[in-house]
Design a protein around this ligand. Sequence first.
Ligand code: ZN
Length: 91
Amino acid sequence: MGCRERAAKSELLRIVVESRDGGQAVLTPDPGGSAAGRGAYLHRRIACFELAVRRRAFPRALRLGVGVETTAIRDHVIQQVTPAVHNPLDT
Ligand SMILES: [Zn+2]
């Protein structure tokens, strides 16, 4: 999803859908890959996340309406990415 690059499963984050009261669909990270239900896979990169949002890849892949909440995915990806890009010479 997103950039359409192939990747090993270890490089991908599984994303599942939770429904809130009132029918709002909320995307939730599933790093263990164990949650039930339909899932989508995304690279653990913020660029891929943003591309997927721009292309509306989440609602399409998960068959949702367009009003889908992606904040939890964004926060998760940012947390994962930050240590990897941290430059120790920068401190
Ligand atoms: Zn990607």
